[in-house]
Design a binder for this molecule. Structure first.
Ligand code: SNW
Length: 298
């Protein structure tokens, strides 16, 4: 089952459950209230214990809540980061970040991912809504004006997918409509270089839906996502690749949170040196060449 149909299935299940709930007797509601109160008590107690512990341990990484790393991300940047059929965040970036966080002493359940529109991620980190943003976010001087980046962990291409094999160059997009996700490097590149009309979308799935129904002629996204969509929709092909190696993806942290950024860097290099990065790359990006700089030193 693909993500979208499982999404529909889970929505269906939800609405079916909703109907069931309307037939609840008041007795059942009473039990539920009791349960809610117990849950509140227990979680309240848990929070108290956690905050007492973390106060004792301090807050070396200046986290919003020292017992949790809150991660802003995207739900549909497969295979970088996306939600699986159970609603859990997975993919290369998600698994790499969880591994890095483990090295900082955080269990998986202490790493909380929240999906947002891409364009909201950097402002959310800058304003203290998330401790970190992780979503194949390329490092640029412009972005570094508002947030800080860890060292790079991924470098690749920006790619156009289309059913029209002629969309192979900036010029060939003239008279065509090309989708981009708002706030991305694709948007910046497209506005500067593509001759066609740029159509902005909040996320990949909306753009690819528009592509499949003919509203746009191409969608401009990260290479591995492009590859994944052309495997899924056989009429689509990758028609153009733009190198983006000068903007390697990094973990985005609040400006000046050097303790967190440096700890992430140390753990990231450990993950590269012990082969974890390589294993995850082979798992999520099979067939894509790996640059030496991220591989274990021989
Ligand atoms: O700059 C590339 C990098 O070289 C690697 O290929 C991973 O993607 C990039 O970081 C570009 N990513 C886009 C950006 O940073 C879009 C990210 C997204 O849609 N989640 O704007």
């Amino acid at each position: 089952m693909d993500e979208s149909s499982s999404g529909v299935a889970s929505r269906l299940r939800l609405s079916m459950r909703g109907e069931d709930m309307q037939t609840n007797s008041s007795r059942r509601r009473l039990i539920k209230c009791g349960l809610a109160a117990t849950v509140a008590l227990v979680t309240g107690f848990g929070t108290l214990v956690a905050s007492t512990q973390s106060k004792a341990a301090g807050n070396p990484y200046n986290l919003i809540d020292p017992s949790v790393i809150s991660v802003g991300t995207m739900g549909d940047a497969k295979p970088y980061v996306f939600t699986d059929a159970n609603g859990n965040f997975t993919g290369f970036d998600a698994e790499l970040f969880r591994d890095v966080a483990r090295r900082l002493g955080f269990k998986d359940e202490q790493v909380v991912f929240t999906g947002q529109e891409f364009s909201a991620l950097l402002p959310s980190v800058a304003s203290g809504r998330f401790d970190v943003a992780v979503a194949a976010i390329g490092t640029t001087a412009e972005r570094k004006k508002t947030v800080d980046f860890s060292d790079g962990y991924l470098a690749g291409y920006l790619s156009i997918i289309s059913a029209d094999p002629a969309l192979t160059s900036n010029e060939s997009t003239a008279g065509k409509r090309i989708g981009v996700i708002q706030g991305t490097l694709q948007e910046i590149y497209a506005e500067k270089n593509l001759k066609g009309d740029i159509v902005k979308f909040p996320d990949n799935n909306t753009a690819v839906a528009a592509l499949n129904n003919g509203t746009i002629d191409g969608h401009f996204t990260d290479y591995e996502s492009a590859k994944q969509y052309v495997e899924r929709y056989k009429n689509l092909k990758i028609t153009m690749n733009v190198p983006s190696f000068d903007a390697p993806a990094g973990f985005v942290v609040k400006k000046g949170n050097d303790a967190f950024r440096e700890a992430l860097n140390k753990a990231l290099h450990e993950a590269m040196d012990d082969g974890t990065w390589k294993r995850l790359h082979e798992k999520w990006f099979p067939g894509t060449p790996m640059p030496d700089q991220y591989l274990p030193k021989k």
